[in-house]
Design a protein around this ligand. Structure first.
Ligand code: UAG
Ligand code: ATP
Ligand code: API
Ligand code: MG
Length: 476
């Protein structure tokens, strides 16, 4: 591709139409022929690296109008990240023909993964992209962040198309939306799961956090796209209003939903029975997953499948055959005393409440909840998580969950402020061993916060740690 295929190259501008060989947002990844994006970040100002990028062979630099660019074409843009996404998307095209995105505080990973499974059961070649990495029927490749950088995102999507994947569901995190990290390609449908407190360290206020999420409906999804909205959230009406303002087709799912009405839900030992209304008919099905939150996520997934041409009887039949998602109410082991131990990725107050209420109906004795809160992340959620755990559990153990560069004892103190009666055990392994040792027959142990994670980050050290594995070791 020539630079002039992407942008107007002014006549007489040195190399009039050089070949573009790639796109980079990091000067250290620039090779001859690269288009470099110079962005203001939280740690660095990418504009400081423009000379290094040009020296490494950048043919063009996308940067604010007043940035200094010498020796390469300056593609000036008031919002360089947005312009970069647009141009890079043209470079990496084509993409899978059906791409959908999911936003919300909790449930994104679960929803994209269930969407992938439903499509697969309907015979489509599908993938999901998000916190678990890039997942296809045959493989799972980790990427590190929920929404990796825009270059990784677009090249992954393009790679999936090359592999023959036609359907992709991806997570649109609020950080990713705010930083234009997952867009530029045609997104046919966008879903909203729910909204509650998280990431205020980054967004500052709940309003700014919500606005970041709404970019998915305001700007990212295609003009002719569909919004799939869970009905059961206090913010659902705002999302619907936003989608209608944009002229999107709106499909609502959940209690009272127009597309899928969740008429009733009853827990059974191994899952739950749902009665769904669709197109004037009722459909009863057994979902092999427990908890209201999992029912909510699968209905949003079903909505996305219907929004992209799925046939409803096949889609609903698929719900009964879904496999669990790693680290989301995953039963890791049963202790020698007979108590099941569940791993769950709840790391917000709302998620912890959802995980606790999912397990509650199955508890005959005590619910023993162990959790912590991540360092270098939203501090205000810590006492709230403490309160939710204390209110819903019979025994609470506060431990460490990726303290990162913060003092772990300080984080625990902030959590304990909301759960004064809780037991404090710093080391996560010791805390898991204690929880498992305490559990008697009829009790349930919930190990929350890390889910699928396989590391514990202490300071800048990244140590192997997998709750499920440690639980099995402690129960052996
Ligand atoms: C706060 C935040 O979101 N930071 C992300 C952001 O970095 P940034 O734009 O602030 O970058 P920066 O380090 O200040 O540097 C500015 C620019 O200079 C460039 N640079 C820097 C050094 C150099 O030598 N040359 C150079 O060109 C950088 O590549 C960058 O473009 O963009 C980077 C690439 O796109 C991300 O890797 C980085 O994620 C950091 C590591 C992170 O921890 N992010 C977390 C908080 C995150 O995004 N989490 C969400 C989870 C949300 C959820 O699931 O709920 C996620 O989507 O994963
Ligand atoms: N619909 C929901 N309502 C409330 N809580 C939920 C819902 N879905 C998931 N959760 C809780 O949130 C946890 C994380 O779920 P999931 O990984 O699907 O969310 P996510 O939005 O991808 O999270 P992240 O922002 O970290 O990527 C679950 O383990 C569960 O405790
Ligand atoms: N165990 C985790 C969950 C992190 C979830 C992630 N989405 C984030 O907040 O960046 C932690 O707090 O370290
Ligand atoms: Mg996720």
């Amino acid at each position: 591709m020539r630079l002039s295929d992407l942008v107007d190259v002014p006549a007489g501008a040195g190399a009039a139409a050089p070949d573009v060989t790639g796109f980079a947002i990091d000067s250290r990844k620039v090779a001859p022929g690269t288009v470099f994006g110079a962005f203001h970040g939280s740690a660095f100002n990418g504009e400081d690296f423009i000379p290094a990028a040009v020296a490494a062979g950048a043919v063009a630099v996308i940067a604010r109008p007043d940035a200094r660019v010498e020796g390469a074409l300056h593609i000036a843009a008031a919002e360089p990240r947005r312009r970069f996404a647009e141009l890079a998307a043209r470079f990496f095209a084509p993409y899978p023909e059906t791409v959908v995105a999911v936003t919300g505080t909790n449930g994104k990973t679960s929803t994209v993964e269930m969407t992938r499974q439903l499509w697969r059961m309907a015979g489509q070649r599908s993938a999901s992209v998000g916190t678990l990495g890039v997942t296809t029927a045959d493989d799972q490749v980790k990427t590190g962040l929920t929404t990796p950088d825009i270059v990784t995102f677009l090249s992954n999507l393009s790679g999936l198309r090359t592999m023959g994947i036609t359907h992709v569901a991806y997570e649109a995190s609020s950080h990713g939306l705010d930083q234009y990290r997952s867009e530029g390609l045609t997104v046919s449908a966008a879903a909203f799961t729910n909204f509650s407190r998280d990431h205020l360290d980054y967004h500052g206020t709940m309003e700014a956090y919500f606005e970041a999420k709404m970019r998915l409906f305001d700007e990212v999804v295609d003009d002719h796209g569909t919004a799939v909205v869970w009905t059961g959230d206090p913010k659902s009406a705002d999302v619907i209003a936003c989608a209608r303002r944009r002229g999107l087709k709106v499909m609502t799912v959940g209690p009272g939903g127009e597309t899928i009405d969740l008429k009733s839900r009853s827990a059974s030992p191994l899952g739950q029975t749902l009665v769904l209304g669709h197109g004037g008919k009722d459909w009863t099905l057994k979902l092999p997953l427990i908890g209201a939150y999992q029912a909510a996520n699968v209905l949003v997934s079903a909505g996305l499948v219907l929004a992209t041409g799925g046939e409803w009887t096949q889609t609903f039949a698929g719900l009964g055959r879904l496999s669990p998602v790693r680290g989301r109410l995953e039963r890791a082991v049963i202790t020698p005393a007979g108590a099941p131990v569940y791993i769950d990725y709840a790391h917000t107050p709302d998620a912890l409440e959802a995980a606790i209420s999912a397990l509650r109906p199955h508890v005959e004795g005590r619910l023993i909840t162990m959790f912590g809160a991540g360092g270098d992340r939203d501090k205000g959620k810590r006492p709230q998580m403490g309160r939710v755990a204390a209110a819903g559990s019979d025994l609470v153990i506060v431990t460490d969950d990726n303290p990162r560069t913060e003092d772990p004892a300080m984080i625990r103190r902030e959590v304990l402020a909301g759960a004064p009666g809780a037991r404090e055990i710093g080391g996560r392994r010791e805390a898991i061993a204690f929880a498992i040792g305490e559990a008697r027959e009829g009790d349930i142990v919930l190990l929350a916060g890390k889910g699928h994670e396989t590391v514990q980050v202490i300071g800048t050290q990244v140590m192997p740690f997998d709750d499920a594995e440690v639980a099995r070791e402690c129960a052996a």
